[in-house]
Structure formats: C-alpha cells, structure tokens
Design a protein. Structure first.
Length: 489
C-alpha cells in the first residue's frame, strides 16, 4: 500500500476501528478510500447533466441553427413534436449530422491517448495526472456548455457539440480514467486484496448511475440548464481538488528519460509494446436485446425501462454480495470466480433464449445475479499476470478493446445472426452466446488446471529447498500472460 511505512497506519491496522485514535482513523480511512470518491465525482455529474444536455441539443438546433420562433421551439422542447412534424424532422437531422462526426472523434482521441499514456505512466510510475485529466476535461466542457446556454441563439449546435464532447475527449475521457483507476488500484493493493478493491470500484461505478438517474430529469425541470450544469461543474471541481490533496502517488515518480516530454509520451516503440499484451474481448448484444424485447415480446418503452432498471439493480445487488463472499469469505481464485460467472451467464442466456413472456425474462435476470462480477474478475486477474511495469499498458489495452469491441460484435449479432434468424428463432443469438460462453468455460478450466500444476511444482521446489510449504506464495501466484490472452471476454 502507498503508506505501508506510515507508523500511524501500522498501529491502526493492529487495532479495531473503534480502538483507533482520531489521527489513526483518518490515516486508516485515507489508506482504504482512495479513488472511489473521484470516480463518483466523474460519473455523477455526467448522469446529472444528461437530461439537460439532451434537451439543449434540441433547443440549440431549433433556436440557433434553424432560427425558428419561440412558439415552435417551446412546443418541440415540451415534447409536442406531433404538432410541428416538419420542424422536428429538420431538428432530428441536424442533431444526427452532429452526432455522425462527434462519436468517431470522441471515441478515437481517448484511444490514441491511452495507447501512449498507459505506457508512459508505467515507465515513470505516474498515475495521479491521468486520474485528474479526465475531470479537468469535463470541467472545461461544462464551462463551455454554460456559455452555450448563455449564447443560446448565437452559438450553433456544431459549436456546442464540439464543446460538449470533443473538448473532454482531448483529456482522455472515461477511457483514460478507467485505465488510471485500475492501474492505481493494482499499485496500492496486495494480490489478495486486489479483487476486492477492484470490485468496490466497480460497485461505486454501477451504483452511481441508477441513483442519480432517478432524480436527474426532475431536477432539470426544477432548476434548468444553468442549475444542473453548475452542480455538475462543482462536482467535477470537487473531484479535482480531492484528487490533488487526498490521492497520493503509489510510488515515487521516476524521471530517467532524457527525451522531451512529448517525444517520451508519443514514442511509437512503447505503443507497440502495449499491443504485445493483447487480450481479446467479446462485446455484448444490447441493441439486439432491445429490439427483441420491444418487437418479439411486444413490450413498450416503459416496460423495457422497468425491466432494465430491475436488471441493473439485480446485478448491483449481486455484485455487492458476491465480491466479498467470493474474495474474503470463500477466498476463491480469480479463475474460479470467472468460471462461476460464466456458468451463470450460460444458464441465464438459455432462459432468455426460451422466454416467451415477461415472467421468464425477469426469472432470467434474477438468475444472472452474479454475472456482473465477470469484469471484476477479469480486471483483477489481468493486474496479476503482468509485471508492475506493465500495469498501465494492460489497462490501456483494456480501454482500447472495450471501446472497439462493440463495433466488431454489433455486425455479428445484428446482421450476422439476428436478421437471418428472426423469422425462425428471434432469440437465436442467445444460444450463440451460450456456445461462446461454453468455449470460455473450457478455456478457464484448462487455465486453472495448468495454474494448479504450476503452483504445485513451485511449491514442491520450495519444500525441497526449505522443508516447508509456502502457502502464501501459492495464494499470491498468478497465471501466465500467454494463457490470459484468450479469456478476456
């Protein structure tokens, strides 16, 4: 841990929390709680401002770009699109055109940055700057959006779109934050504690969304654009201040490079080294799932939203229960955790595939209780199979694959499976997922057997040399990186 040598922390860890003095409690809290508040300060304002920013796009297109009168714009913003179908169609086209160039740029820029900065953070043992940059980018974006509201009729939608999404992408966005967070957690956690710490971070990320989502639209109706954006900006600013004064670098930064800063960061050799850690990822099929629910099961958007909320809460509760159960009570290896979660995925997908009514859909969601732990197990395992000098690169690669994965999976699930099986079996893609998960289960079992054999051999060597078993070493041992390459789904 970052302050393992701190006497106050060493004393605190030998006592219960109630027995600690005020200074010891503060040291202990500072040791345990690190990046979690910062993550909350990044996710919560984004969700809080989302309804306001969605409506702002419509209003910008209507008032600034099309210069329509207030009656028409007020009606469209109040969801009276049926009264002004022609104006609404023009607005939709404008927004779609802006999104067509927004999405590629805001996706590509963070990928380029983390490709180089992940390696840079490993070489110089810097994590903190890359935790703060995404929040700074969002703070600039919020400031730009406030100015865009002030100059409602003068700044066009295109400028607003640039300020809202392109500006923060130059600071790395969520892709960089996730890379830095999990690399930092790996730095400050022991191997035994790493899965639990990563699980806590994932729970914080998952919990922030439904909590803020539940009141964000109502809050926007009450306080408007400026109010929501000011609160969002205050949360980003608090996150930056918290990061600057509370989060400490886990290791002393190294400055051995004689290159200039930019030359050192954008060194293509190190970008190539990152891809040597390549892991494969299987993305989901959310859009096909939505179409199936809305069309095949004749659900309306309200029913789908209710199911989505229930499914999210089930996975959140499952993750909260499963992470401490698997890691602290049962003390399961990451591979065992992954095996359980993929078996759960198989069972849930089978039920989803045979579901003909709403009841079975909710049953399947309930069965998939622990599937949310999959990402935690994979990320935890990935931090244990690379050296400390490669943690940032590994997390960078995770971010890259997570960003491009849906682009690969979507055509497979949509054009490749769903459109060809809709008439015969609309839920066929669920069974395709079952086959894929079954393959992963076989791979995980193979990896676990290989890991046990390797651990047994190394333990036997220790016995021969010392005459004693080294159980601690066996527990801490990871699996070879070459074996992990085919398990990141």
């Amino acid at each position: 841990m970052s302050s393992a040598g701190d006497p106050a922390v060493e004393i605190a860890t030998a006592k219960t929390f109630k027995q600690m003095s005020g200074k010891e409690k503060l040291s202990y809290i500072k040791e345990v709680i690190t990046v979690e508040p910062l993550i909350a300060c990044y996710i919560m304002p984004a969700i809080l401002a989302k309804p306001a920013l969605l409506v702002l796009e419509f209003e910008k297109a209507c008032r600034a770009n099309l210069a329509l009168n207030d009656t028409v714009c007020d009606g469209i913003i109040a969801s009276e699109q049926d009264i002004y179908p022609e104006a609404n169609a023009r607005i939709q086209i404008l927004i779609s055109d802006v999104h067509s160039w927004q999405l590629p740029i805001q996706s590509v820029m963070p990928l380029i940055l983390v490709l180089f900065l992940g390696s840079y953070s490993d070489r110089h043992q810097w994590r903190k700057p890359f935790l703060l940059l995404p929040l700074m980018g969002e703070l600039f974006a919020v400031t730009g959006c406030i100015l865009s509201v002030i100059f409602m009729k003068y700044w066009p939608l295109e400028l607003h779109g640039f300020l809202q999404t392109i500006v923060p992408s130059f600071f790395g966005g969520q892709t960089m934050l996730v890379m830095a967070v999990f690399a930092y957690i790996a730095d400050v956690s022991t191997l035994e504690m790493r899965t639990l710490r990563i699980g806590i971070v994932q729970i914080v990320m998952n919990a922030c969304v439904p909590i803020v989502q539940s009141f964000s639209a109502l809050l926007f109706n009450e306080i408007g654009y400026i109010g929501c954006l000011l609160i969002a900006g205050a949360l980003y600013l608090f996150g930056i201040i918290y990061g600057v004064f509370w989060i400490k670098e886990p290791k002393r930064p190294q400055k051995e490079s004689k290159k200039s800063l930019l030359a050192d960061i954008f060194d293509t050799k190190h970008a190539i080294d990152t891809f040597k850690l390549i892991l494969t990822k299987n993305a989901g099929n959310d859009r096909v799932f939505i179409v199936l629910l809305l069309a095949f099961l004749s659900w309306n958007i309200v029913e789908y939203t209710s199911f989505l909320t229930a499914n999210t809460l089930i996975h959140l509760v499952g993750t909260i229960i499963a992470v401490p159960l698997f890691t602290k009570i049962l003390k399961l290896h990451d591979l065992t955790i992954l095996l359980l979660t993929f078996l759960d995925k198989i069972l849930a997908n089978i039920i989803f595939g045979i579901a003909k009514d709403s009841v079975l859909m909710y049953v399947a969601a309930a069965v998939s209780l622990v599937t949310g732990v999959t990402a935690i197990g994979i990320r935890s395992l990935a931090t244990k199979v690379v050296t400390e000098n490669d943690l940032g690169k590994a997390q960078s690669l995770f971010g890259i694959i997570e960003a491009i994965g849906p682009a690969v999976a979507a055509p497979v699930y949509n054009a490749g499976i769903y459109t060809h099986t809709y008439d015969l079996l609309p839920s066929a893609y669920f069974f395709f997922s079952v086959i894929m998960y079954a393959i992963y289960v076989i791979i995980i079992i193979y990896m676990y057997i290989k890991y046990r054999r390797q651990a047994s051999k190394e333990n036997q060597t220790t016995v021969e040399m010392t005459g004693e078993t080294n159980e601690a070493f066996e527990k801490e041992k990871g699996v070879p990186m070459s074996d992990l390459q085919i398990t990141h789904m």
